[in-house]
Design a protein. Structure first.
Lengths: 388, 80
């Protein structure tokens, strides 16, 4: 990788060369690397190389493809202002990316939108399609196997359950209990297909990050936002169908009962609208995306650290062998993947529960005046009557 | 100018991320600690307490994740 120009490295010294490296135009490829005649470790301390990080390599590849597309589609045009510190014209009038300067997320999105000539869809890397397809295929395949066992065993009734049947019952029963625990007996069964699908899909997608050379599709904001949008539509459909438009409006205004409640209702309406239509889907999407991408980057950093350590002590420097420093993080990754899938489906459940008509309010009378704007349903989760 | 700005970002982001993580850690620590106490007091209510605890932790954790995502999106120098 290009480190920095000769002048910047000389001017600012070693301690700043790291900050400069990203911003500088790299014409001097490792200008000092040839001058050093010490042990390998010293050379790497003076000029830390960028290890061949697989994510980074893919990223560069995408970047080059984007520029090629952009230039072929827009000959002789100026770069849009969003891209101006990433795409520049050199002396020959050729477009090129500023060396070492990775485009920001928005720049990538913008360039993708420009080159693909589709509004709003934006830029989706191919891995998402492939690995999302893979996880869906895996789920369909395993469900085919598992439910196949169920059907066979129902036909030959009263037999001892096979191993596959036990597994299937464990999964479906667990999800069923989970939904019923939050949503109640009847609603839990009704929403089980949606919640269970979300849980399994997100779990399988997250766990793909554990397999070497695979990318979890949920580490893309587009994928997680689509999943969150599904929950948003399910919640809205539930609200419109189960509550009805008028009750839903009343609910959005914070279920006002007296004069003060009605006086404050515009405020609550605004609050609920922002919360329901913006904050909830966005936080669902960002939570999953951030966690999984964070896990990915953690793995990437420790992978490249392992490669860097080997490269620092080997002579000649090896870029393909590394110490597997990521192994301790596999446990963390497994835990994180499961918890995030659980949290996503749990929050979907809670959001659905919030817009369900709550029947046991009539039994309990109106002792829920104190929690003003419809968030009393939170309590319903915790304060369900415990059978003694 | 750009370099200074990026260097400033390079310092500011880890600090900001640390602050966000600190706040989230305090929040989650408090939530989980209280949940543990409650579980110890009422072992029969463990599933419900656990559920509420996970929901609360997810909400708290989201705040730290927002800080992390802002780092991903803006990408200070030398991070990736």
């Amino acid at each position: 990788m290009a480190d920095s120009t000769t002048t910047t490295a000389a001017d600012h010294g070693l301690d700043q060369s790291h900050e400069n490296s990203a911003a500088a135009h790299g014409e001097g490829h490792d200008a000092h690397a040839g001058d050093y005649h010490g042990p390998e470790l010293g050379r790497y301390l003076v000029h830390p190389p960028e290890p061949p990080h697989i994510l980074q390599m893919l990223y560069k590849f995408e970047q080059k493809a984007l520029i090629r597309d952009y230039v072929s589609k827009h000959p002789g045009q100026e770069a849009p202002s969003v891209l101006e510190n990433w795409l520049v014209k050199d002396e020959q009038g050729e477009w090129k990316a500023v060396e070492g300067q990775a485009p920001t997320f928005f720049q990538t999105l913008h360039a993708g939108r420009l080159t693909k000539e589709v509004p709003l869809v934006g830029y989706a890397p191919w891995e998402n399609h492939v690995f999302m397809g893979l996880s869906i295929a895996f789920l369909i395949g395993s469900m085919y196997v598992l439910t196949g066992s169920l059907r066979r065993d129902r036909l030959t009734a009263m037999k001892r359950p096979t191993r596959t049947q036990t597994v299937a019952e464990l999964i479906i029963g667990g999800l069923d209990d989970f939904c019923k625990g939050v949503l109640g007996e009847k609603n839990g069964r009704f929403y089980l297909p949606y919640i269970g699908t979300m849980f399994l899909l997100i779990l399988v997608s997250n766990l793909m990050g554990m397999v070497p050379l695979m990318k979890p599709p949920t580490s893309s904001l587009l994928v997680t936002f689509s999943l969150a949008l599904c929950t948003f539509f399910v919640v809205q459909a539930t609200a419109w169908v189960r509550l009805g438009p008028l009750t839903y409006m009343h609910h959005l205004m914070g279920s006002p009962k007296d004069l003060i409640g009605w006086a404050l209702s515009p405020l609550f309406l605004l609050l609920e609208l922002i919360s329901d239509f913006v904050a909830k889907p966005l936080s669902l999407a960002l939570r999953l995306f951030g966690n999984i991408l964070g896990k990915d980057i953690l793995f990437g950093v420790f992978l490249s650290l392992g490669i860097l350590l080997v490269a620092a002590v080997s002579e000649p420097a090896s870029h393909f062998v590394g110490i597997p420093l990521t192994i301790p993080f596999y446990a963390l990754g497994l835990l994180l993947s499961t918890i995030q899938a659980l949290v996503f489906s749990l929050l979907s459940c809670i959001y659905i529960l919030m817009v369900l008509p709550h029947d046991h309010d009539h039994e309990h009378g109106d002792h829920h005046d104190d929690h003003g704007h419809g968030h009393g349903h939170h309590k319903a989760v915790v304060s369900e009557p415990v059978p003694h | 100018m750009l370099e200074t700005a990026q260097a400033a970002l390079g310092f500011a982001y880890p600090i900001g991320l640390g602050l966000a993580a600190f706040g989230a850690a305090l929040g989650i620590g408090r939530a989980v600690g209280s949940a543990m106490e409650a579980m110890g007091r009422q072992p029969e209510a463990i599933p419900k307490i656990q559920l509420a605890m996970i929901i609360g932790s997810a909400f708290i954790e989201a705040l730290a994740i927002y800080a992390l995502i802002s780092v991903f999106l803006v990408k200070p120098a030398g991070l990736f």
